[in-house]
Structure formats: C-alpha cells, structure tokens
Design a protein around this ligand. Structure first.
Ligand code: S3P
Ligand code: PEP
Length: 490
C-alpha cells in the first residue's frame, strides 16, 4: 500500500510557506490503480466563497458567522490579514471531526500600521488592499517569491485613481504599502482586467464602503473568469448591497452598509475537478455530495465539460453529483476563458487522452481561451507543457492555451511549481501512468490541506471495491466509513 509523505505543514500552521517541510526534494509517489474507482468524496468549503465572505463580514455592519468555511493556507492568510486590520475572528468549534465555523466581528475603525502576508493567494493580494485603504495608517503587503511576479498594477492604479496613496516603487507588484487614511473617495474608474478578474472583484467587494461607491469600467479586450465576478455580485446582493452592471464590462456598487449575515459556504467545486476526473482516468464512479442546485462557482461547469471527454454525469435532487466513466478518454476541443481555474485538470485529462488506453489510440486535444493562467500561481501554460513533455508527452504552448498530440507517457518526477493545481494534476496523471512522483504535493495546502488523504481514500476505495490486496470486504466497511467521516470533516 502506498503511503504518502504527508509534509502538509504543522498543525495550526496553515499559513506556513511549506519551506522546509514541503521542500523541493519532497517526492510523493502518486498512487496508481488498474481497478475501477468507486468512491464518495466530500470536499471542504470553496476558497473563493470563503475569501469573499471573510472580506464582506469584516466590512459589515455587525457580527456574522461563516459556517463550514474552508480551512487552508489561503483562508488562514485571509483571516490573518483581516485580523491585522482590526476584525475579530473567532473559531466556533463543531466537534472533534469537523473544522470550526467562524464568527467575524468587524472593527469599529479599521486599523493600519501593520503588515499583510499574502502567501501565493491572489484573493489576499487583490481583495485586501482596498480594505487597507479604508484603514488608518500604513499597511505593508508582501508574499511568497512567486507572488511578487503576479500582476497587481491595474488594481493598484485603480485604487490610486479612487483616492488611495500606495507606494510600490513603480513595481506594479508585491511588495507595496497602502497608506490608508480611514476613508476612500471612490467613484468611476477604468481598469484593464484582462489578466485577472480579481482586479474587478477587489474593487466591488469594498466599493460600498467608499464615499461615492464604485463604478468599474473594464477597458481590456478580454475578460477572463467572468463567473468569479458574478460570484462577487451575488455575495454583495445577499448582504443588501446595491450592485448592477449597466453595460457589458461595467459594474456599479452604490455606497451603503454591507449587512452582517450568517452564511454557509458551499463545497469547493473547482477542487472537485481532480476527484471527478479520477473516475474518468481509472474508470468507475466518483460522487461528490452537497453539490449546490444553483451556484456561481465555475466548478459547476464540470457538468458540461467532463462529458466532452466521454464521462456520464448525473446530479441527483439530493445533491449527489456522480461521474461514471469507462476509463477511455476522448480528445477535446475546448474554449474556456471563464474556467481557467479548471484548466490544469482539463489539460491533465487531455494528456491522458493523448496517451490512449489498451485498445484505444491516443487522441489529440486543444484547450484555449486560457492565456491568463500564465499569471496564476505559476505560468500554468508553460508548467503544464514542460511537465507533460518531461513524461514523454507531446504538448505545445499556444498563445492562449495548450494543444496535446498523441504520445505515450511514462513515469518520472512531476514538478508542482508551488502550485496546488499542478500538484493535483500530477496525481491525476499518476493514477494511470506508473512511476509518477509528485514534487511538493504539500502545495495543495493552499486550498486542500488533506488532498493526499482524500486522494488515497478515493483510490483506496477502488481497491476495496475490487476486493483487492488489503482484503477490505466492501467500500462501506466500518473502517471506510470512519475514515470517510474523518477525511471529510463530517
Ligand atoms: O475571484 C476569485 O476567487 C478567483 C478568480 C479567478 O482568478 P483569475 O481571474 O485571475 O483567473 C480564479 O482563477 C481564482 O482561482 C479565484
Ligand atoms: C488561480 C488560483 O488561485 P488564486 O486565488 O491565488 O489566484 C487557483 O486557485 O487556481
């Protein structure tokens, strides 16, 4: 039985960079299976919803509760940032097996003279500076080495145009200092969000607290990740904020209170991607429970994207989303500017479709509309192409995507580039290709600290279902149920 070297960081240290514990030489042998999978995987809360609701709760007109929030490095960094600015965030225990809920009490007045550590979290480095502009005193922002390469200029310039004083020595990137004065004028501002939708979300989230609200006009030709802007709008409306979109690429938030509410965070549907894809690679079925009937999460698009590779998907009225597949993958031609976050999994599946299977030749694929993922946790287009080709694949970089041509893959080291979704894509490829070792699997702690446990649970259930080596009688054994309860935080 394969045992992962966990290296997920020490207890209570979700904000750690993983340096030392998740060091570059740490290799995790990705479990491979030839048996069909039969697994149920309950996933923790959405990173994007947790980040937004934390920011809104810290700007709200009274205390509120976040139920079932994500507990991960990005979430911990957001909590620490808002605490540094004066919000009181307390854990509300939910018992031994479940992560705590959070009670957020906004500060009477946001306080500066502090520092914010962004790690590699786009949501922290983009969403918190507008909040810092509302605090009194300087707030110094910095992050991981690669975080300094992620674009910030459009949002920093927009904040300046709205009245903020920001010192970045012309870098347009981390590190920078926001010199908050306790208030921000706000008003109309033009901004090019073609590199990241987070620039827009950042201004909208805090905009109701600006004196004149905010009216954001996108000037670029492309606008990626539109569902994430729709998510921001939905979160604002749920708190009574008046927000509208007077034209395509324009959004207006009226000044006014942000209502304090209690809110339950949906499971992270983007993190469902590698688990659902596992059923497509190994064959069999994977079920993710509590799939929302209606959601703004981009992960919901998996219901239409995964069938392109040949999978069958069913969403039960109970909220169980099940992928059933044969293990034979079709090639795809996908244009997915809205779903850059899902691209690593989609490309991983394409690499396995190009590898072929017993009885099926490799099939080519193209995935386009995702140029902006060059600015995610790493240059994901370069990283995916490099790692697929290092395993014998034939992937090529396109200006705004990746093409994969038929080629047989072999084992080897899959590098993660400190990117959680690179790590999970390596695990996915290793499910079919023997001898894949994922470097720095600990990077998954960014959004899914229990990734290796959940992944081995998923694959392990497959072994048990097939009556394999460990002799487990079936996939509903007491041990399995206990493990599932522990692993899913039920
Ligand atoms: O607002 C958000 O929560 C996010 C927006 C998207 O960013 P980009 O617009 O930079 O792709 C997405 O990829 C990221 O994972 C989360
Ligand atoms: C792009 C991502 O993250 P971030 O919020 O850091 O931009 C991601 O999670 O895929």
């Amino acid at each position: 039985m394969l045992i992962a070297k966990m290296n997920q960081g020490k207890d209570g240290d979700e904000t750690g960079t993983g340096e030392g514990v998740g060091a570059a030489e740490t290799l995790w042998p990705a479990p491979r299976t030839e048996q069909p999978i039969d697994a149920t995987v309950q996933l923790p809360g959405s990173k994007s919803l947790t980040g937004r609701e934390l920011v809104l709760a810290a700007l709200a007109d009274g205390p509120g509760v976040l139920r079932a929030p994500l507990r991960s490095r990005d979430a911990a960094l957001m909590i620490d940032a808002l605490r540094a600015l004066g919000a009181v965030i307390e854990e509300l225990p939910r018992g031994e097996l479940a992560d705590p809920d959070l009670r957020i009490t906004p500060a009477d007045e946001l306080t500066g003279s502090t520092t914010v550590e962004c790690g590699l979290a786009g949501t922290v480095m983009r969403f918190v500076p507008p909040v810092a502009a509302l605090a009194l005193g300087p707030v110094a922002f910095d992050g991981d080495p690669y975080a300094r390469k992620r674009p910030m200029r459009p949002v920093l310039d927009a904040l300046r145009a709205l009245g903020a004083d920001i010192a970045d020595e012309g870098r347009g990137a981390l590190p920078f200092t926001v010199h908050g004065t306790g208030a921000l004028r706000g008003g109309r501002v033009e901004l090019d969000a073609s590199l990241s939708s987070q620039f827009v979300s950042a201004l909208l989230l805090a905009g109701a607290r600006f004196e004149h609200g905010v009216h954001v006009v996108h000037t670029g030709e492309r606008l990626p990740s539109l569902p994430h802007i729709e998510m921001t709008i939905a979160c604002l409306r749920a708190r009574g904020v008046q927000v509208d979109s007077p034209a395509v690429g324009e959004w207006r938030v009226e000044p006014g209170p942000i209502r304090a509410i209690d809110v339950t965070i949906e499971p992270d549907l983007s993190n469902a991607a590698p688990f659902l894809a596992a059923a497509m690679v190994a064959g069999g079925r994977v079920t993710v429970p509590n799939w929302p009937a209606a959601t703004t999460q981009v992960g919901d698009l998996l219901r239409t994207l995964l069938p392109e590779y040949g999978a069958a998907i069913r969403l039960d009225p109970s909220g169980d989303l099940t992928v059933t597949a044969s293990g034979d993958l079709s090639g795809v031609d996908l244009h997915v500017p809205e779903a850059g976050e899902l691209a690593p999994t989609l490309v991983g599946l394409a690499a396995l479709a190009a590898h072929g299977s017993d009885g099926a030749d490799g099939r080519p694929s193209r995935i386009t509309g995702i140029g902006h993922i060059r600015h995610h946790e790493t240059d994901r287009i370069a990283a995916l192409v490099t790692e697929i080709n290092a395993l014998g694949g034939d992937a090529i970089e396109l200006e705004d995507g990746i093409a994969v041509r038929p080629a047989r893959l072999h084992g080897g080291v899959w590098h993660s580039y400190a990117d959680h979704r690179m790590a999970t894509t390596g695990a996915l490829i290793g499910l079919r290709i023997s001898g894949v070792e994922v470097e720095d699997v600990a990077s998954t702690s960014k959004t899914l600290p229990r990734f290796t446990e959940l992944w081995e649970h998923t694959v392990g259930l497959g072994r048990a279902a097939a009556g394999a080596a460990d002799g487990a009688p079936d996939n509903e054994s007491a041990l399995g149920r206990a493990a599932r309860g522990f692993l899913t935080g039920l």
